[in-house]
Design a protein. Sequence first.
Lengths: 299, 299
Amino acid sequence: MKCRRCEKPAAIKMPRHNSAFCDLCFRDYLHKQVMKAISDQRMFEDGQPILVAVSGGKDSLVLWDILIKRGYPTVGLHLNLGIGEYSRISQAHVEKFARSRDLELIVQSYQDDYGLGVVDIAKETARPPCSACGTMKRHHFNRIAMEKGFAVVATGHNLDDEAARLLGNLLNWQIPYLKKQMPVLSDEGGKWARKVKPLYRLPEREIAAYAVLNQIDYIIEECPMSKGAKTFLYKEMLNRLEENSPGSKLQFYLGFLKERPSAFPQQIEAETQRCASCGQPCGGDLCGYCRLIQRVGAS
Amino acid sequence: MKCRRCEKPAAIKMPRHNSAFCDLCFRDYLHKQVMKAISDQRMFEDGQPILVAVSGGKDSLVLWDILIKRGYPTVGLHLNLGIGEYSRISQAHVEKFARSRDLELIVQSYQDDYGLGVVDIAKETARPPCSACGTMKRHHFNRIAMEKGFAVVATGHNLDDEAARLLGNLLNWQIPYLKKQMPVLSDEGGKWARKVKPLYRLPEREIAAYAVLNQIDYIIEECPMSKGAKTFLYKEMLNRLEENSPGSKLQFYLGFLKERPSAFPQQIEAETQRCASCGQPCGGDLCGYCRLIQRVGAS
């Protein structure tokens, strides 16, 4: 099979485009998809330093790789979640990536810094581990971005992640989540760091292929705490759809982005409150993170 | 395993209720679900004669059976779609059901009455057969109801049908279809017959079990024209979900019914137009059915 663009031997099949690309044309295509996401959603302002959240998985390392190659000023941020061997290997991948490219990396460890890892939280509270982990990550991304003066945090969420989250929100009619599921979460006039997802147009499969073709080493195992998470079921359902009609996953997610403002409009909220404990913006008196920490402390 | 209600030996497991029923308690449960659907959605007015569309499949025959047993005045309507052996067997099942219970049945044949079956339409137009067949059925249900003076037509659409249609409409963001996907389609002040779906709370599996337990013979084969229809894919995706979390399918559909008025509100339409050819209400000059017939005539 030949590359659709340059007719050299193809390195990857692209069923959703009914074609194939060689190594270089695939890289070019993937970069263009990321640049399109950044410009369509106005993710960054010129020269603005970006805090890239890197877990050690393929998505966030590929994202960091592309942002550097496109000339964006970045600093990496790795949170060690305190999930035994899995966290140790994840951190090693991130450190290797940063060292080999001479990049600035901030590493914070839940266990060392706060004496509390995701495993402890999951043990102590009745919340599903992925949900508690998400709350903790959001808090620390926000805190570190504010402390270090970053106006924007980029995460490696890909098309499969976003489409699966969307399917789950629709199957359960989670209206508040549907109202705010977007590739850019606003900084509300500088009150907190803006969150952006530059990989939202790219499926997992293409990101993994890019990682392999560009010699990016990443942790392949899924997080051991995520076993049985509903997101895998939603991904499986959407993969079945994609297999039947290549391109459906992107069409589903882009269709939502188009229809969201009229179907699930965001309320214009009054002044966002500040958490009485940590000072981060939140909906009530205490933010989700501080309530979690309080519950663990009390148990 | 014992019946949850009366402790006699169970005849059917109910994973979504984490229990099991004997023959009689299952029948009672199923009837109650239908009566709940009828009353929640105000489907019928007292004593109003109901035209029941019966294909010969399990759903419509079970629906007819329940409506009779609950004392509703009904007349059956069977459309022979002109799909060879499949249509012959379907009609035989409907006639046997009506004859054995001494019920009034109207049979109309596309081929005999109009010289045109679904097979011809599918051959002559580029439309998927299920879509053309749906348009034809809607037209004839409406026409016959108006001619014979029925204010309401009941169809056997079940929970799997409605949830699959909903999933397809969401995956493709078919907003006009989402706005009008309901278990009751209004008669717009008597302009046309009201369409109701009293089985919308019941999954296929429970309806099939009811048919077997109540000795209702039905055509088991799927329509040969429906091969490859997307609805089977959507049903498969939802069955995977249901297997993982029993009850999810109903929760998905009922959640939609609750959220539909705010997420996908119906526009208040100006005076509905009448089709210039057949006189049925429609959106433009010619209704979908008459455009279909015209296209086949012109080819």
